[in-house]
Design a protein around this ligand. Structure first.
Ligand code: SF4
Ligand code: SF4
Length: 291
């Protein structure tokens, strides 16, 4: 069974999801209550270890987390790459501010109700992780919401637009992580002298993080996930990884250092999950249950 009981949740026997960080911090600061999951320090799913990993990642790779570590982001990324050309060619760039509104709603409502509201009501990835037993009308409504958001934002819209629509237009963790781009040393710069204004980077950015204003200002927007697609596609080599404070044209060296940081993060963050995943798979094969 993939459904989790209250005992399993409180026993902290499920993997901690980083998106919960957006909902857990304010209630903990205000009331010293951990709203999800049950354990602060014990167990692989403990919130304590996740917050340490999140802090370290935030001061190093910033929102690169969404490109290089988020196992959920990989889903809409994957669907966005299936078609060769987008069916929907343009999305109003203002939609990229919607995740900030979702973040505000989630933080305030979670602090008010002392419940992880995004997990309880909005998370599309419930469709592929855990779910509540469908024993009440509320559980059925929640499941319909989870499936609707998953099908639209993680499958259909990424297919049609070739954008990471869940990450770019909805995810509250992505919105919060955008702020950490201010402290991360790695960023995407655009050399305004080399740039010919072809807009290939604007059309291909999966998170709508480059606009004409960014081309003029010489750096990608704050929502950039540091995926490097603009760097790969720019015909003039104008878009490049940069380490803040380093002057001159050192894009390749900065990219190598950035990749080193990204892969270190992946090894720390996903290595544990990988081992846990194998353990859970073996448990499922031998007992018929993931728990
Ligand atoms: S394409 Fe460039 S601007 Fe867009 S998210 Fe990737 S690295 Fe950032
Ligand atoms: S792809 Fe390169 S040259 Fe074209 S607009 Fe973007 S930065 Fe400028």
């Amino acid at each position: 069974s993939m459904s989790f009981t209250d005992d399993v949740l409180l026993g902290c026997q499920i993997p901690f999801c980083h998106i919960v960080t957006t909902m857990a911090l304010v209630p903990f600061a205000l009331t010293k209550t951990i709203i999800f999951p049950g354990s602060l320090l014990e167990g692989f799913a403990a919130i304590g270890s996740m917050i340490v990993i999140w802090l370290l990642a935030s001061v190093t790779i910033g929102r690169g987390w969404c490109s290089w570590g988020c196992f959920f982001g990989g889903l809409d990324e994957g669907f966005s790459k299936i078609l060769k050309k987008p069916v929907i060619k343009e999305i109003n760039p203002k939609w990229k501010y919607l995740p900030f509104a979702v973040l505000l709603l989630v933080v305030v409502s979670s602090a008010y109700f002392l419940q992880p509201m995004y997990c309880s009501w909005l998370c599309p990835f419930k469709a592929v992780t855990e779910y509540e037993p469908l024993t009440s009308t509320t559980a059925i409504i929640k499941t319909i919401i989870f499936l609707s958001i998953f099908i639209s934002l993680v499958i259909v819209l990424p297919l049609l637009t070739k954008k990471r629509t869940q990450c770019a237009l909805f995810c509250p963790f992505g919105a919060m992580q955008s702020a950490t781009n201010y402290i991360s040393p790695f960023e995407i710069k655009i050399n305004t002298e080399k740039c010919i204004g072809c807009k290939i980077c604007i059309k291909n950015c999966p998170t709508l993080s480059i606009s004409e204003d960014n081309l003029k200002s010489g750096k990608a927007g704050i929502t950039c996930v540091k995926c490097g697609r603009c760097v790969d596609l720019c015909p003039k080599g104008a878009a490049a990884y940069q380490i803040k404070g380093v002057t001159g044209d050192h894009g390749d060296a900065c990219r190598t250092l950035a990749l080193y940081a990204f892969f270190m993060f992946m090894a720390i963050f996903l290595g544990g999950d990988f081992i846990n995943g194998i353990q859970r798979l073996l448990t499922f094969i031998t007992t018929g249950s993931f728990i």
